[in-house]
Design a binder for this molecule. Sequence first.
Ligand code: GZL
Length: 325
Amino acid sequence: MRKLSLLLIALMAFFVVVGCSSGSDEPAADEAAEAKTMETLVVGYAQIGAESEWRTANTASIKETAAQLGVDLKFSDAQQKQENQIAAIRSYIAEGVDVIGFSPVVETGWETVLQEAKDAGIPVIMVDRRADVPRDLYATYLGSDFVAEGRKAGDEMNRLLPEGGKIVELVGTVGSAPANDRYSGFRETLADNIEIIDSQSGDFTRAQGKEVMEAFLKNYGDEIVGLYAHNDDMAIGAIQAIEEFGLVPGVDIKIVSIDAVRGAFEAMIDGKLNVTVECNPLLGPQFYDLALRAVNGEQLPEWVPSEESVYYPDNAADLLPERQY
Ligand code: GZL
């Protein structure tokens, strides 16, 4: 009996070994998948909305670059609603795209859906704005240093108001990384003789920038000698309110803004805006380069910062023709 059992075990072991090395024509499960190219890459992009000139230029860069590279782009506009962005990301996961890109409208509330993307093996790249999530939930963040933008804006306000005075602030979308960081960076460099007497959100739009500035003027009138706007669209709306109130924008009220969109150059040429700090929206080329590298297994740096400058009225007319946004 004992001999029979030993024979059976030996036979079983033999077939197991043969089976594994049977040279089956099925490829080994661990054979590296073929590397993706731009022409075979499928990208899902969950955009915030179309709230500003900056966003319009950012969207154009994402779409036009995909067309130039031959990337299959699935694109959605969330109308500045987080729930719409989350739904779009879930739809890309269900579609099985190769990589997901998104600009988080606010910093919080993303961990669950990004974990779902990770569980599905889909790398995520944060573009433009950053979300507050653990490092293992995203491949990299491509975007600006918003704190540095705020610091530059503070330096410019100090230069424009050497005697100091009372200023107001138009904040971007509440809870968004640019609003949070531009708020804090500005206060790091602002001189002690300049007092921020009011600070309200205009949600990065012209309409709300005008509305909030009208309220500021009603409450404080010509006490206000300066305005810090977190983006050019709110500044342009505020300029309209200042003119309707009977003051001269750029003269009675010095204005410092951020983005450096075409509308800001036109306002500087008209003498109504004193300075704009650049925030580059043309992120398409860098995004697809990072997306392809992530899909093909490269470990990416935590943050890829975009290059930016500061622009003034004195050469705005010369530069306007070459501005791409
Ligand atoms: C900044 C971007 C901001 C712009 C606004 O990178 O997220 O959102 O400053 C835009 O114009 O609406």
